[in-house]
Write a protein that binds this ligand. Structure first.
Ligand code: UD1
Ligand code: CA
Length: 451
């Protein structure tokens, strides 16, 4: 068996992103709950890149930190002056000298490219190919580099600004991504000059240069939606919309029912099991897992939560990070759960806040129950045993434990532990005066008549 080809991915992230009109660097803006940059880092890694280099602009510790967070082993290079895409790639010269078989170049502002597409570009390098470039059929080609092809072979890429009338009529455009033969890449890149309309070192010239060096160059084509880039907030929203379309399809094809898919919003890492039912208007933040046969009723919001098999949440439920629902647990309308484990078959059905808690199997938490978990300084824990019954409108002042099978009377403010199987009532005692109301009314009417 042949040894696997090694691969270096160079991710260009030195753009200024002025059109975002943002204090935040463009590549740190998010799609489906994670940065554009981390989408690209993940895709090239899945495509088999075993070495990563990220080229960032000067004074961008925030971008460097994002790289360290998602790809701790990546080398970070600073392009101190923006002199074009080839110049940016060469900022990573040190990594390029590393003799990788394949070199992938990706743009950090083009987040939807699938790992399969990167892998196909790598495959295209087999058989003496020096450069494989990724193109797309553009609805509106203005502004893009054009693929000049002859008999199916890629001859050159001509930037819009350098193109003549005939070349501008070409609709097969450059997506910007490229794979280069790793053993030839430096020689190709070093031969690129800047005699063009923008006086920039164009990565696109790698095609003509490679041909001049006797290497083959080829094109691969991807759908336009997959290679769309982000330059402003309108394009950011367009990319988000396409990502969501993709995730919804994935969820449905994997066996989940989405009644109104266009109203369900996933995070990049949402995991949905089989025969899950998701009603309209549900939002998944990062870190959510939903097991088989669970039901997510309408208007629920989940983040960092795990929903067990056959569990049910909502309508109008909010699961915050650390919410863990076991099999068959039920969390109903206007209930918020944070950092709490809800045991098998337990019910928290209405108008409740459960934070920093453990709720045993089959416990029943009445409407309006609040765990008072925070005193302004520290968070404390509430533990509710199996089969316990907490009456409506109770306040459980943590730290506190309600024993298994215990009852808490409605409207109680529980400040001390309750023993298993006990009844705890902590509320004002009811008093009653017979006939008081009619006597009150008679006296009041007499007073009014005298005035
Ligand atoms: C580039 C391509 C063009 C293609 C288009 C697709 C070149 C010369 N042109 O053009 O053929 O159709 O993308 O969107 O490659 N960058 C740096 N440093 C630089 C310049 C760019 O890091 O000095 C990064 C940018 O941050 C961006 C990417 O490279 O992520 C592309 O740069 P950009 O200026 O947007 O290139 P285009 O003119 O759009
Ligand atoms: Ca661009």
């Amino acid at each position: 068996m042949q040894p696997a080809r090694t691969c270096l991915a160079i991710v260009l992230a030195a753009g200024e992103g002025t059109r975002m009109k943002s204090a935040r660097p463009k590549v740190l803006h998010e799609v489906a709950g994670r940065s554009l940059l981390s989408h690209v880092l993940a895709a090239v890694t899945t495509a088999g890149a075993d070495a990563l280099a990220v080229v960032i602009g000067p004074d961008r510790p925030d971008v460097a930190a994002e790289v360290r967070k998602h790809a701790p082993h990546a080398a970070v290079f600073i392009q101190s002056e923006r002199k074009g895409t080839a110049h940016a790639v060469l900022a990573a010269r040190e990594s390029l000298a590393g003799k990788h078989d394949d070199v992938l170049v990706a743009f950090a502002d083009t987040p939807l490219v699938r790992p399969e597409t990167f892998a196909d570009l790598r495959k295209a390098l087999h058989g003496g190919v020096g450069v494989a470039a990724l193109g797309f059929e553009a609805k509106d080609p203005a502004g893009y580099g054009r693929f000049v092809t002859q008999e199916g072979a890629l001859h050159a890429i001509v930037e819009h600004k350098d193109a003549d009338e005939a070349t501008r009529r070409i609709t097969l455009c450059n997506a910007g991504l490229m794979a280069l033969n790793g053993h030839k890449a430096l020689a190709i890149l070093d031969a690129i000059g800047c005699a063009n309309a923008q006086n920039e070192y164009y990565l696109t010239d790698a095609v003509a240069v490679a041909r001049a060096q006797g290497l083959k160059t080829v094109a691969r084509v991807a759908p336009e939606a997959e290679v769309q880039g982000v330059n402003d907030r309108v394009q950011l929203a367009a990319v988000e919309a396409d990502f969501q379309r993709r995730k919804r399809l994935e969820a449905m094809l994997a066996g989940a029912t989405l009644i109104a898919p266009e109203t369900v919003f996933f995070s990049h890492d949402t995991v949905i099991g089989r025969d899950v039912l998701i009603e309209p208007n549900v939002v998944f933040g990062p870190g959510v897992k939903v097991a088989d046969n669970a039901v997510i009723h309408a208007f629920s919001h989940l983040e960092g939560a795990s929903v067990g098999p056959s569990a049910s949440i909502g309508p109008y439920a909010r699961l915050r990070p650390g919410a863990e629902l076991a099999k068959g647990a039920r969390v109903g309308n206007f209930v918020e759960i944070k950092a709490a484990a809800i045991g098998e078959g337990a019910k928290v059905n209405h108008l409740t806040y459960i934070g920093d808690a453990e709720i045993g199997a089959n416990a029943n938490i009445g409407a309006g129950t609040i765990t008072c978990n925070y005193d302004g300084f520290v968070k404390s824990k509430t533990i509710i045993g199996e089969g316990a019954f907490v009456g409506s409108n109770s306040a459980l002042v943590a730290p506190v434990t309600i024993g298994a099978g215990a009852y808490v009377g409605s409207g109680s403010v529980i400040t001390r532990d309750v023993k298993p199987d006990a009844l705890a009532i902590a509320r004002g005692r009811q008093m009653e005066r017979e006939g008081w109301a009619s006597a009150f009314r008679a006296a009041a009417q007499a007073r009014k008549a005298r005035q």
